[in-house]
Design a binder for this molecule. Structure first.
Ligand SMILES: [Zn+2]
Length: 651
């Protein structure tokens, strides 16, 4: 139900959030008796959510039981007693978390003691691991039931679909996209025509959209509606018919339409909160007032653009906010130094960060003069003198993904008060498109045919430089950050096997077959048909590819560099191409830049050179703008900043 459940003070936060629910249901028993909703399928409704947590359901297979949601420890203990009683003590083999929120997932420790495997979508596991369990531990100090168990993370995850079928019973578990959270799943029983919806379809006033994408949520429900379903089993509220799916969907459709119309009239969030009125929701939930929290969530969805900052759509949750402790708390006057700003951006910043004054400096000299008074600045101004003079400086926003020039300034690197943020992952989509474009061009000899077009030549009989295919080939992505991951995702979709190296500890995405630390690079190189450089330039990656590494590569392999020219020894690359060791190369970056006009690489038909433009697109401009505005807003209110850079690692 609520993200806050796992964080902060567990019960206090939770009780505030469900106060209305508790009041409405005070006359009901905290838990309804288990209800048989189909042969071998049971449903236990928890009305006292603050104590028991979400509803719990279970499905009886021939040899085992699968559970839907684990509730809070008290709810889990009770559910396990009832599961044993209703299934003749069958082992509880699986517990599905419909998503990671605490009221569904904090009972995992109780099931773990039963030997149950906790199953979730891969995003839900990531989200689970990303939340600290401090709130749980605090509650455990006072509550003996909590103290007995430690919640456990899902150990079995999937990306699209998972099926349990023992010949008698079949459960199809689906992921349809970002709904109530990024990792919400639906458990569908096709024979029983029944679907468990978690919090993506609830029955009553339990809707919470704080971690949602309400547009995508509607799409997800549309997909669920394609299933042959007669019964909908929500994680909060009572079991209902399939019309509940439409009711839940309609709420967000009408809420979004109203908020969008009011935004178009120029209304503020406060005005919108006062004016929104969705009668069908009031009728459905019995509530007298609209949920202001959900109005704010929809407002956020309609104003934040296509990216979901909260969940890091592009970077596997690595966009961890770093809290900046503001001395006087939020709202103090602050100055941000930048070289130029459009009127639109200035207006947007005034709206979200009225206490931040935008100060312009046309060059480094002027910046140096203004340095003592600024609290934050663009990366372009960073120099040793500037940092020494900028005594109040707490934040530097770099407008590129690479920060090699900024972190090279020792005064910045060693000053822990100054947070550096960059634009990593913002350029990923067009850069990954560019990589695939180069790869396809080289494999399908498109430049060759483009040449023939000039003379109107139908060159079917002519020998094209290369007629290859990507299916079954191996791509090695060096650096699985924003650009590398987006490239890997696309390569996987083309039927390639993707290997990657990256120094960070991270979950292996489903589209990567093998992820190793950089020290395994030489081991993976001989297996790769295509090597894509997507790492940041650091002392470790400087001149990473020279004659020795080219010699290790497979004969006839391709090299694509969209990272930094300095990572490749240009002459060694030219030699490897001339000797046909490498079949081709795609270079968006070179060393030096620009590539001298008489350089041998320009003349090679198996090389595509583009002038460091792979990151450019309207999408990139929109994303970087949004991130900048969001970071200024966060800075202004003393919240953690997005896209913080590890200054010592250099990315
Ligand atoms: Zn939830």
């Amino acid at each position: 139900m609520r993200r806050a459940v796992i964080r902060a003070s567990l019960l206090i936060v939770l009780m505030a959030g469900v106060y209305a629910v508790a009041a409405q249901q005070a006359q009901k028993a905290p838990t309804e008796k288990p209800q048989k909703i189909a042969d071998g399928v049971w449903f236990e409704q928890h009305n006292d959510i603050g104590k028991f947590g979400s509803n719990v359901s279970w499905i009886e297979f021939s040899d085992y039981v699968a559970v839907v949601d684990t509730a809070f420890p008290l709810g889990a203990e009770e559910a396990i007693r009832n599961i044993k009683a209703t299934t003749n003590n069958k082992p509880i083999r699986y517990a599905f978390l419909t998503h990671y929120h605490g009221d569904h997932a904090l009972g995992t420790g109780v099931f773990d003691k039963e030997g149950t495997t906790i199953v979730s979508h891969e995003n839900a596991r990531r989200e689970y691991l990303g939340r600290n369990v401090e709130g749980y531990l605090k509650t455990a100090e006072k509550d003996p039931v909590y103290a007995k168990y430690k919640p456990v993370a899902p150990s079995l995850t999937f990306s699209d679909k998972l099926i349990l079928d023992d010949g008698k019973r079949r459960a199809e578990v689906y992921y349809f996209g970002h709904a109530h959270t990024t990792g919400c799943i639906f458990i569908y029983l096709p024979h029983e025509k029944l679907v468990f919806t978690g919090d993506s379809c609830v029955n009553g006033p339990f809707n919470y959209a704080g971690d949602a994408d309400t547009a995508s949520w509607i799409d997800v429900l549309t997909q669920v509606q394609t299933l042959d379903v007669e019964k909908v089993v929500p994680a909060h509220g009572a079991v209902a018919g399939r019309e509940l799916l439409q009711t839940q969907k309609q709420y967000f459709i009408e809420l979004r339409a109203q908020v969008a119309a009011m935004l178009a009239q120029g209304k503020t969030l406060e005005q919108i909160k006062a004016d929104v009125d969705v009668p069908m929701w009031k009728q459905w939930t019995g509530e007298q007032k609209m949920s202001l929290e959900n109005i704010a969530s929809v407002y956020r969805d309609l104003t934040r653009g296509p990216l979901n900052w909260a969940t890091g759509d592009l970077d596997f949750g690595k966009r961890t906010p770093i809290a900046i402790p503001m001395e006087k708390g939020k709202g103090v006057p602050l100055k941000f130094l930048i070289s130029s700003i459009t009127p639109e951006d200035r207006a947007a910043l005034e709206q979200v960060a009225p206490n931040v004054e935008i100060v312009l400096a046309k060059d480094k000299e002027e910046a140096l003069r203004l340095a003592p008074e600024v609290d934050a600045c663009a990366g372009t101004f960073v120099s040793p003198e500037f940092i020494r003079a900028a005594k109040k400086l707490r934040w530097v926003q770099q407008f590129s993904a690479g920060v090699e020039q900024v972190v090279g300034v020792p005064e910045l690197q060693s000053d822990d008060r100054i947070v550096l943020t960059n634009m990593k992952t913002m350029f990923g989509p067009p850069i990954a498109d560019h990589v695939m474009g180069m790869l396809l061009s080289l494999h399908r000899s498109l430049p060759h045919y483009q040449g023939l077009m000039k003379d109107g030549t139908w060159g079917k009989g002519e020998q094209a430089p290369f007629q290859g295919e990507l299916l079954g080939k191996t791509m090695l992505v060096v650096g699985l950050g924003g650009n590398g991951a987006e490239t890997a995702r696309r390569a996987h979709a083309f039927g390639m096997r993707v290997f990657a190296t990256d120094p960070k500890d991270m979950a292996v995405p489903a589209f990567v077959a093998r992820l190793e630390k950089p020290d395994k690079l030489n081991m993976l190189l001989p297996a790769a048909d295509v090597v894509v450089l997507a790492a940041p330039l650091t002392p470790d990656t400087q001149a990473l590819f020279g004659a020795e590494r080219f010699a290790l590569m497979k004969d006839g392999a391709f090299l694509i560099n969209i990272a930094r020219g300095k990572m490749v020894d240009t002459n060694a690359l030219a030699a490897a191409l001339q000797s046909k060791k490498l079949r081709g190369a795609g270079l968006d970056v070179t060393e030096p830049e620009p590539l001298p006009s008489d350089h041998a690489l320009w003349k090679m038909p198996n090389v595509i050179v583009t002038p460091h433009v792979s990151g450019q697109s309207p999408g990139t401009r929109a994303r970087t703008r949004q991130l900048f505005i969001e970071n200024v807003r966060r800075f202004a209110s003393g919240e953690g900043l997005l896209n913080a850079v590890d200054k010592r690692a250099g990315y």
